[in-house]
Design a protein around this ligand. Structure first.
Ligand code: HEM
Length: 268
């Protein structure tokens, strides 16, 4: 149930998080034409903050996907061992994103505009707060305080709630921009050097929705159980094959959709 953390597990999780963040940073650097060296009308941390936020979403969505991966494909069993550390590193990135957004983006996001009455901001703040709570109770002592069953329940439903809040936060903040990009693209401005390159948040959003779809399929068609008490239930060999088929089929649809988006202004 509780997994003691080893230095090696943190090292691997840190390497994964750094690779994703650096890759996104590099992509944004090409698309925007700058990383820290922003034009005078933009905040210095505007672009690095996007790399952190998108990398954080990838990590949190990935740990949500790890359950089905391990349940359907035996050879990935040991990946489950990294779930806690990847979650902690992802939490760190997202809390940092919240802090940077609040304190260091005065031009793009003035503090007085960060209003908890706005659902998009409220969802982000609640998501970061729940992640911080899950981090605090991730230590072994918390199990004896809550009891194993309640501790497990808090982690399971905490992560599910964070994923839902993330979807609300990202869709409300980005939908308009995504739709505009898909339908008309964009023009070169001092803050976007290559506007026809896909916004990274659109690809990350697609990944998040694929992960949510996999988990919904599992709840409704494999376990037929929301998992309010204990584990979802047992999985028969037939369930496992159905799960594998849906996982792989939807994975290829996700890859195809990503390719369609990536080539939006190249092929059509
Ligand atoms: C679970 C926690 C959070 C997640 C998963 C998350 C995720 C994201 C993502 C993916 C983006 C889009 C970045 C892009 O444009 O490429 C974003 C933008 C944004 N987030 Fe968050 N966020 C979280 C917490 C917060 C918090 C706590 C705040 C408020 C302090 C916040 C405020 C914002 C704002 C204002 C933007 C738009 C900034 C911009 O246009 O660059 N977020 N967030």
């Amino acid at each position: 149930m509780h997994k003691p953390s080893g230095g090696r597990d943190y090292l691997i999780s840190l390497l994964l998080a750094s690779s994703v963040t650096v890759f996104f940073g590099f992509y944004l650097f090409i698309r925007r034409g700058f990383l820290f060296d922003a034009p005078v009308t933009m905040d210095t941390l505007y672009v690095p903050n996007k790399a952190l936020a998108n990398a954080g979403v990838m990590l949190i969505a990935f740990i949500f996907l790890l359950g089905p991966i391990v349940r359907y494909f035996d050879r990935f069993d040991k990946w489950l061992g990294y779930r806690k550390e990847i979650g902690i590193v992802g939490t760190f990135l997202l809390v940092l994103h919240g802090i940077i957004t609040y304190f260091y983006l005065p031009l793009k996001v003035p503090q007085e505009e960060l209003d908890l009455d706005d659902l998009d901001i409220l969802a982000g703040v609640l998501g970061a707060a729940i992640l911080t709570f899950l981090f605090v109770i991730s230590f072994k002592k918390a199990i004896s305080i809550f009891g194993a069953k309640k501790w497990w329940f808090l982690h399971r439903w905490g992560l599910r709630t964070v994923i839902l809040l993330t979807a609300i936060h990202v869709v409300l903040l980005k939908w308009e921009g995504w739709w505009k990009w898909i339908t008309v693209g964009g023009n070169v401005t001092p803050s976007v050097a290559h506007p026809l390159m896909v916004p990274i948040s659109l690809l990350v959003g697609l990944f998040l929705f694929w992960v949510i779809l996999i988990r919904f399929y599992e709840v409704f068609f494999i376990y037929e159980n929301f998992g309010f008490t204990g584990n979802e239930g047992t999985q028969t060999p037939e369930d496992k094959i159905r799960g594998q088929k849906f996982f792989l089929g939807s994975f290829w649809v996700f890859v195809l959709l990503s390719l369609v988006i990536l080539t939006r202004f190249v092929l059509w």
